[in-house]
Design a protein around this ligand. Structure first.
Ligand code: G3P
Ligand code: MG
Length: 360
């Protein structure tokens, strides 16, 4: 957005971070009042970012969709998805094979390649190359046939496994991911009983090249167009952990997980928000107002949006306050939220009104 007047307004000392699912949208349907609220903030030059545990498409594609749906002019620079931070890992893994899952068809391969990863494999490639790796697959002749690429036969070493969004075929993805976590050094088709053994050096994980497992979103539940919350990527992780435990008799499973409520994601979001504010409203000269003093995190999930904002300690000293809305995962009729926000509001519009009243 270019500033119409050309003058640099004084950058607001406070800003907003909005969750998407259950706050602005229910899947593709805008929640009443959401679009007007964002437009009001833009008109009054109050900075905000969208901070979602969702994903599965490239940021630019999702931002275009959201701008169209909400009729608000959004920019890539104010948008963070669950897997957005993974793009910074590409440079270190250029010569490595990485398995990526979590989107419709082969979309997740496109996203990973747009991030700069060069050797991207999706589960469809493996099933198309080795059809007997997972029996009874009803999707083999349709989804997998159309989106998979036949891989060169012979040794296949996978160095990293990334879950970008909610897997569409949990059964096969769990089989494949746990196959890889039991390999010798990530070689598909090998089997090791060492991985995760606490009594072995490095916990039994081969230090050179055991595939590292990355999750991007711990949400057990999320708000969709159905009236009851649905299982999210966190439920998929519960299934993975449960099967690994029974499979190995309780050996450790090593993985990295980002996304709300993890501090890594909030620190990433704060940097993005500060940069967006500086780019859009100019960086004030004096030290005090040059940084954002307060961020209001508006979310529907006590365990991700609210817990993350409440627990986050900003290295910049920025105060994060949480506002829990009733239009998503949290259902007031089931009792108090598992994590109490700074403030409870009916919806995103009332949430912003409350925050503005706090700012005077
Ligand atoms: O997969 C999306 C879901 O886990 C939650 O998304 O926007 O409510 O953080 P959001
Ligand atoms: Mg949400």
């Amino acid at each position: 957005r270019s500033l119409s007047t050309g003058k640099r307004p004084t950058a607001s000392p406070f800003a907003f971070a909005f969750d998407i699912d259950g706050v602005l949208l229910r899947e593709s349907k805008p929640i009443p009042g959401a679009a007007e609220t964002l437009r009001y903030l833009q008109k009054n030059e109050i900075p905000f970012i969208l901070l979602t545990n969702g994903g599965g498409k490239h940021e630019s594609e999702r931002v275009q969709e959201l701008s169209d749906k909400l009729k608000v002019d959004l920019s890539n620079e104010q948008f963070i998805q669950s897997h957005t931070p993974f793009r910074h890992l590409a440079a270190d893994l250029l010569d490595k094979n990485i398995l990526v899952t979590g989107s419709d068809a082969s979309k997740v391969r496109e996203v990973a390649e747009q991030y700069g990863f060069k050797r991207v494999i999706i589960p469809a490639d493996i099933l198309k190359t080795y059809p007997n790796i997972w029996p009874f697959n009803p999707l083999l002749d349709t989804v997998y046939e159309n989106s998979g690429r036949v891989l060169p036969k012979g040794e296949l070493k996978i160095d990293g496994v990334f879950v970008y969004n909610d897997p569409r075929d949990w059964a096969f993805d769990i089989q494949l991911i746990l196959d890889l976590m039991q390999t010798e050094n990530g070689l598909l088709g090998t089997y090791s009983q060492k991985n995760g053994r606490k009594d072995l050096p490095n916990g039994g994980w081969q230090s050179d090249g055991q595939p590292r497992l990355f999750f991007s979103n711990p949400d057990l539940l999320w708000a969709t167009s159905y009236h009851l919350s649905r299982f999210g990527q966190g439920s998929f992780q519960s299934a993975i952990r449960g099967i690994w435990k029974d499979l190995t008799g309780g050996r450790d499973l090593k993985y990295t997980i980002i996304g709300k409520p993890h501090a890594y994601t909030y620190e990433y979001a704060e940097r993005v928000l500060s940069q967006h504010r500086a780019d859009t409203f100019g960086k004030p000269s004096d030290a005090e107002t040059s940084r954002i003093q307060r961020v209001y995190m508006v979310g529907d999930n006590p365990e991700s949006d609210i817990r993350g904002a409440n627990d986050y300690r900003s290295p910049e000293g920025t105060a994060w306050r949480s506002i829990l809305v009733k239009t998503g995962v949290w259902d007031p009729e089931r009792g108090s939220p598992s994590c109490e926000p700074t403030h409870r509001a009916d919806n995103v519009n009332r949430a912003v009104q409350w925050a503005l009243a706090q700012e005077g």
